[in-house]
Design a protein around this ligand. Structure first.
Ligand code: SAM
Length: 305
């Protein structure tokens, strides 16, 4: 039997607020409703402070079953402490799939890990593991399914737009969503934007959607599959009239078609962006424009230099 405050339903809301404010609620037990009464589980209370709200009584109140909230919690009884530390619990969610990194020595337990993710996130259809680094000119990372069903093609939502793509055939990271928000907020009506390394179009499509008065967004990528998805994403998000996509090397494409035309150039290829700087500057209008230049540096000082 648990200690509880028995109160009439009419008074229940007031009683609940009071119990919360005094921190008397026992969160390990469930509140029970029976007839005209509500029974609130209580602990560490001072009777005199709540006696006006009802009667203190004893009743069997069921235990609250707390669902695990993290992957470490769900696996705490199945993996050792060392294994849990090794398991990098940072992962990315792309629509209805999860992409996770499985350390070398946990490969034998990858099914268990994948299935635990499925239990934790009921809306997730499949779990994929990274099977290599982001590499090559197309910046693609291979992945393999370890739990669930279906392919690695996803529908991912960001800033009110939907993006379809295959995580193992094109580059995409949800971690740039805040950066993309910053950029689309800067684009002004009438601008011509050039997205030099456009991928499946997160910058291009979101800009066209969020700034419908943009004159044009030209998107270039060397990965044919990425550009196919980009065109489809422009269609899905109803911005095909604003976004024009080109497969090819940015240097060649810009020197042939886009010299001196852009008000804004986006250079999202941090690893080698410096090689493309002269090309990007050539793409800007002669009166000038804005260049969004991305690079990898160890410190803020290095970026400034
Ligand atoms: N902007 C996209 C995003 O945020 O998801 C993709 C960025 S990803 C880091 C870089 C992209 O540049 C890849 O899709 C890759 O195929 C493309 N790429 C690499 N070299 C290129 C080049 N010389 N010309 C055009 N695209 C290139």
């Amino acid at each position: 039997m648990e200690k509880c405050l028995k109160t009439r339903k009419k008074k229940a809301e007031t009683a609940k607020q009071k119990l919360f404010s005094l921190s008397y609620m026992d969160f390990s037990r469930k509140t029970v409703s029976s007839g005209d009464f509500i029974y609130f589980p209580i602990k560490d209370f001072d009777k005199s402070k709540i006696s006006k709200l009802g009667t203190i009584s004893s009743k069997k109140l069921p235990k609250k079953i707390r669902k695990p909230r993290t992957i470490s919690e769900i696996l705490s009884k199945k993996l050792s402490k060392t294994e849990l530390t090794e398991l990098k619990t940072s992962f990315d969610i792309f629509g209805d799939i999860i992409l996770v990194e499985i350390p070398e020595n946990l490969i034998k337990k990858e099914k268990l890990i994948g299935n635990s993710f499925l239990k934790l996130y009921p809306n997730i259809r499949a779990v994929f593991k990274k099977t290599g680094k982001v590499s090559g000119i197309e910046r693609v990372r291979p992945a393999k399914r370890i739990a669930g069903t279906g392919t690695s093609e996803v529908n991912y939502k960001e800033s009110g737009c939907i993006f379809k793509f295959d995580i193992s055939k094109v580059f995409f990271t949800p971690r740039l969503s805040t950066e993309r928000e910053k950029i689309f907020a800067k684009v002004k009506p009438g601008e011509i934007v050039l997205d030099m390394f456009a991928g499946v179009g997160p910058f291009s499509v979101i800009i066209a959607k969020k700034q419908p008065l943009v004159e044009k967004v030209y998107a270039i990528d060397i990965n044919n599959t990425a550009i196919s998805y980009l065109r489809e994403n422009a269609r899905i998000n109803k911005v095909s009239d604003k976004v024009e996509a080109f497969v090819g090397d940015s240097k060649t494409t810009i020197s042939k078609k886009f010299k001196g035309i852009a008000d804004r150039v986006i250079m999202n290829l941090p690893k080698t962006s410096l090689n493309f700087l002269p090309t990007a500057l050539n793409a800007l209008k002669p009166k000038g424009g804005v260049l969004h230049y991305y690079t990898f540096k160890a410190t803020k000082q290095e970026v400034k230099a």
